[in-house]
Design a protein around this ligand. Sequence first.
Ligand code: SF4
Length: 183
Amino acid sequence: MGLEDWLGNDFISTRVKDLLAWGRKNSLWPMPFGTACCAIELMATMSSRYDMARFGAEVVRFSPRQSDLLIVGGRVTLKMMPVLQRIWQQMPEPKWSISMGACASCGGVFDTYTMIQGVDQFIPIDVYIPGCPPRPENLIDAVRLIQEKVGKTEIQKLIDERTGIDHLARLEAMDRRKQEANA
Ligand code: SF4
């Protein structure tokens, strides 16, 4: 006999961290960084035809401080890379990223001295989308993969790894100091 048998059909039981992960993965706020033709496909994906709202990721922000999913679509030059890095740094943790299309992922056909041969040399990338250009369905697929990853990720562990700070140990040390001060 399960809890549901006692509570009826109007209740579900879960853990707080699963509930938070469910909410987080179904309310991604993308930050678009579109520089070329891939950005047209990115815009198409956000149109009513493909309806990104089905996946809870339709609230495209143009402010990194309000976003948790960076989508890089298009060519990135040496001159642009510091701007992209700054945008990534301004996004609050936890955050994720998608490299959309051949140019963002490996420079595409533009093997020139001005072109970054893969943005993952400078910022961490969670999901790569192949193609030139990828179709909107590919981007939707990438968002679904990100959702899977968000659902499985231990958020505090991810933040600790990225920031290099063990927050739990820090909180315990603060508690110890407080107890020592009060003793
Ligand atoms: S991958 Fe193809 S479609 Fe995308 S930006 Fe490069 S050239 Fe354009």
